[in-house]
Structures are given as structure tokens and as C-alpha cells.
Write a protein that binds this ligand. Structure first.
Ligand SMILES: [Zn+2]
Length: 279
């Protein structure tokens, strides 16, 4: 039996939303899927005081993540135990437990250990922009990229188990074409202040950075269902909760992936399979 495995590595519960169609598509076809979270999203918003307090938010979000993972068919979930660092420039950046203040060798070691246990063929994390620049997203992108290489090198972290070469590393991000599709709506909603320093023409994956386009329309509703499991995050500050249904659907029905590194050759245009050539 050669079950294939796909592992997503993210910063906060709900970050998996941009790859949840892939998780559903591949778990439905018999793959084992796993998710790693650097933090429990302790600094997120709280949609209603009846759901959590700032003190309990991490614990509550872990529970929400477990509920979302059940819906996505993800059986393996890891939390690395760091604290949400908050948005750039906020006081939470200074917390000694914040993920951005963690020692690189320690974070990479934790990821290497899980990669060597789970032995995935495909690893997915954020792209270098972290989607929208959240410092934790950028940090997990960096550490996951390091861990992809370190896990395969038996000289590194020899105490953490036998080396494992993951076949492919993908970066996931919204595509620029999706953001441009939403730009008019964002302007109409007077969200300029949210986007005042940001030009949608420079955000997200440009067309020439995209290697795999997944049509996940069949998993559209299950994707939405898993997303609303993150109840504390369904607040009005969350732009996606305000998106008209039709735009939400368009946003959810396609996912975009950039092949960062491959040990099994490049992706072929039009192939659109994260597992292509993986043995
Ligand atoms: Zn996040």
C-alpha cells in the first residue's frame, strides 16, 4: 500500500481556507492530509463576546480548527505552540512567545520532526508575500521552505528521525486575477482605507507564477461549511464575510498554486495536479 500524503503548514487556524478545496479533493480520493499551525491565532478578532474572551481565544480557535479539519477530512493536526504575533507594528509583536520571535533552528526542527514522521509527498505553505503580508505568514513560509530541504538531509537534525525527501513544495496564495475581480466591489464598499497602501495589481500570484489551477467547484459548499466553523473569525472586519454570495462563490471555486521546488521535475502547463509525477 502506498498511501500518498499532503501536508499544509500555516500560521493561524483558518489560513487553510485558501487550500481547503485541495484538502477535500485529495482526501476524497484517498490521500492522507495533515495540517500544521504555528499558533492558535490568539490575537484574532472575536466575532461575539459569547464565543470567547481574549484569554480563551487560542483554546477556542483550536476547537474551531478541529471542527473545520473534521469537515475537510484532515485527521492529522499539529500546533507548534507559538503565540500569534499580530499584525505588523502592533504591541503583540513584542511578546517573547510570539512566533516571529522564535528561534529559527527550533521552528525548523519542529517542522522537520513532523515531516519525517508524516512523510508527505507534497508540502504546501504561503508564498513569500504571506498572502497579505502578515508577519506570521511570512515567517511560516520561510521556515517551511527551510524544513523542506532540512528534512531530506540526514546530516541535519539526526536525532529527529530518518531523512525524508518530500517530492514537491507548493506556495499557495490568492491569484492576482481573483483580487482584481474583487477590486471594483472593494472600491464600492469604501474599503479604500483597508487597501490604501496596497495596489491589487501587485498582490497575489501573477499568472506567470501559477503552475497549478485547481477547479474545486465540486467542493464549494463543503469548503464554505469548513470556513464558517471558524466562528470567532466570522466578524464584520473579515472582508470575506461581507462579500456578496456570487463573489464568494467565485473566490472559492478555484485555487492557485506555485511550484516552489520539485524533486520530480516541473509541472506541465494544463496538468493541474499537485500530485503529478509523485510516486
Ligand atoms: Zn493567518
Amino acid at each position: 500500500m502506498s498511501t500518498k500524503r499532503l501536508l499544509g503548514v500555516f500560521a493561524h487556524p483558518d489560513d487553510e481556507g485558501m487550500v481547503s478545496g485541495a484538502l477535500l479533493q485529495y482526501s476524497t480520493s484517498g490521500l492522507e492530509t495533515g495540517l500544521i499551525y504555528a499558533t492558535r491565532g490568539e490575537v484574532g478578532e472575536i466575532a461575539s463576546p459569547s464565543l470567547a474572551t481574549p484569554e480563551t481565544l487560542g483554546e477556542v480557535r483550536e476547537g474551531e480548527m478541529r471542527a473545520a479539519a473534521d469537515i475537510l477530512g484532515v485527521h492529522d493536526l499539529w500546533f507548534l505552540g507559538y503565540r500569534d504575533s499580530g499584525m505588523a507594528g502592533t504591541p503583540e509583536n513584542e511578546d517573547p512567545g510570539a512566533f516571529i520571535n522564535a528561534r529559527a533552528a527550533e521552528v525548523v526542527g519542529k517542522l522537520v520532526e513532523i515531516i519525517r514522521q508524516f512523510r508527505p509527498q507534497v508540502l504546501i505553505t504561503f508564498d513569500e508575500s504571506g498572502g497579505y503580508g502578515h508577519p506570521d505568514h511570512i515567517a511560516i513560509y520561510r521556515y517551511t521552505t527551510s524544513a523542506f530541504h532540512a528534512a531530506a538531509d540526514g546530516v541535519l537534525y539526526p536525532e529527529l528521525g530518518p531523512a525524508h525527501s518530500t517530492s514537491k513544495l507548493y506556495y499557495a496564495s490568492p491569484a492576482r486575477r481573483q483580487l482584481l475581480m474583487m477590486a471594483d466591489w472593494i472600491r464600492e464598499q469604501n474599503y479604500e482605507e483597508m487597501f490604501k497602501d496596497v495596489d491589487p495589481n501587485t498582490l497575489g500570484l501573477a499568472d506567470d507564477q501559477i503552475n497549478v489551477v485547481l477547479d474545486v467547484e465540486p467542493w464549494q459548499e463543503t469548503k464554505a461549511h469548513s470556513w464558517v466553523a471558524h466562528r470567532t473569525q466570522m466578524h464584520s472586519m473579515n472582508m470575506f464575510t461581507r462579500l456578496p454570495a456570487e463573489l464568494q462563490r467565485k473566490w472559492r471555486n478555484t485555487e492557485y498554486y506555485q511550484l516552489a521546488t520539485s524533486r520530480v521535475g516541473p509541472d506541465v502547463v494544463g496538468e493541474n495536479d499537485l500530485l503529478a509525477r509523485v510516486i
